[in-house]
Design a protein around this ligand. Structure first.
Ligand SMILES: [Zn+2]
Ligand SMILES: [Zn+2]
Length: 434
């Protein structure tokens, strides 16, 4: 895109972005090659803080353990919060890229694990640092204050850690929160929707108790392996039998562990369960059903003890404010073109903790997804058809060891989207949407 084709008032904010791209590409490759697990983003936070300071931002480090907050006050006007997340995942990278990660980290259980930016948070950091550089370089083109939030630990819920660390009192209070996520859609695709945009997620561990014994004498034992198997199968009836066909819910048992050897009946079995839901009523219904089934199956097996539930983390439904989303969509459409900006027809069953900021501040938030996948993977596919048909399973998705956004074309679009989304507030003379 050229600046000349961009509608004012965003154009002045984009001036000089092309010249910045080689440095942003190098930054992306560096971040990608050095991923860090949740709440261990020490190197990443250092890179972020260094760049923000060099750009002229006021920087606070260590917010919510490893978070970084930049503030740029540029005269009277609206306060806008822009957010990127920084953490990577325990995934062994298999992209074969020249800047692929070979990093390892230590997970919360003390195990050494491979680490990869398999969710694209390195793209989010790069795009936000590009946007902060543009804002700092073109202060004549906007007024107000920008709070740039580089959040730790999105994968396990780091936003609440920043709020608990006094975020609301320590930084200017924004009137709108804006954030984005790179997706396996083709580069140039932008999608969002008013109202619920991403699902709630509840994650917990269940320990089932049996009574161990010799594999040859099951009558002397209570077998937790059989109990666990019954629980896993029965849980799959929750969504199909207890949730309406027009509603959205997911129950996944992502981890199931019991025993050490074929001829020993173990004492316990452990399930790690992930529940997604899109409304509070569906969430309550699913969680109640899961709890009831786990307990009842334990009784049915004659388990000597009640099952134990330990919560891991939970994320609320991400809700886009309708009026603010309309403002953002209109600006994205003006700047990027109507052929690139789509209204999602369905909620995405992935989850986010971005909404924590808007909820805590009591202000609107808007979250959108932008494509990072090689357009060659979408040859012959109309981007509009993705809304109804979903993404093809031939394109590696977030959390896959093959997830590989193409940074060259994705970075300038991600930077542009952040600036275009913020511009209606930062350049306004009256209330946008009023
Ligand atoms: Zn993720
Ligand atoms: Zn993510």
């Amino acid at each position: 895109m050229t600046v000349e084709t961009v509608a004012p008032p965003v154009a002045p904010l984009l001036s000089g972005l092309d010249a910045r791209l080689p440095a942003l590409l190098a930054l992306y490759e560096d971040l990608h090659a050095h991923p860090e697990l949740s709440f261990q983003e020490f190197r990443t936070a250092g890179v972020v803080a260094g760049q923000l300071r060099a750009q002229g931002w006021e920087v606070t480090e260590g917010v919510g353990r490893t978070g970084v907050v930049g503030v740029l006050a540029n005269g009277p006007g609206p306060v806008v919060l822009l957010r990127a997340d920084m953490d990577a995942l325990p995934v062994r990278e298999e992209t074969g890229l020249p800047y692929a990660s070979t990093a390892t980290g230590t997970d919360p259980d003390g195990n050494e694990v491979p680490v990869m930016h398999a969710c694209g948070h390195d793209m989010h950091v790069t795009c936000l640092l590009g946007a902060t550089a543009q804002l700092a370089a073109h202060r004549e083109a906007w007024h107000g204050t920008v709070v740039a939030v580089f959040q730790p630990a999105e994968e396990i819920g780091g936003a609440p850690a920043m709020i608990e660390d006094g975020f609301l009192d320590r930084f200017p209070q924004a009137e709108v929160c804006l954030g984005q996520h790179v997706a396996p859609a083709p580069v140039g695709f932008f999608g969002t929707r008013p109202g619920p945009v991403m699902a709630a997620s509840d994650n917990f561990r269940v320990t089932l108790f049996g009574r161990g014994g010799h594999g040859s004498s099951p009558e002397t034992a209570v077998d937790p392996v059989v109990l666990a198997a019954a629980v896993v199968m029965r849980l799959q009836t929750v969504v199909s039998r207890e949730i309406g066909p027009a509603q959205t819910g997911v129950v996944t048992v992502g981890s199931l562990h019991a025993g050490t050897k074929e001829n020993i009946i173990p004492d316990t079995a452990e399930l790690w369960i992930n529940v997604r839901s899109t409304t509070p009523a569906v969430r309550d219904r699913i969680l109640a059903a899961v709890t009831r089934i786990v307990r009842a199956e334990a009784v049915a097996s004659g388990a000597p003890e009640e099952p134990e539930f330990s919560p891991l983390n939970s994320f609320p439904v991400t809700v886009n404010d309708a009026a603010a989303t309309a403002v953002v969509q209109e600006s994205l459409t003006e700047v990027l073109g109507a052929e690139r900006v789509f209204t999602l027809t369905q909620i995405i069953t992935g989850s986010e903790d971005f909404g924590t900021f808007g909820t805590a501040l009591g202000v609107p938030s808007v979250f959108w997804h932008f494509g990072g996948a090689d357009p060659a993977l979408y040859a012959g596919i109309d981007p509009g058809s993705l809304l109804e048909d979903g993404l093809p399973d031939t394109v590696p998705a977030n959390h896959s060891p093959h997830f590989a956004p193409v940074p060259g074309p994705t970075i300038p679009l991600g930077v542009t989207a952040l600036l275009a989304a913020a511009a209606p507030w930062l350049t306004r003379t009256s209330t946008p949407g009023a």
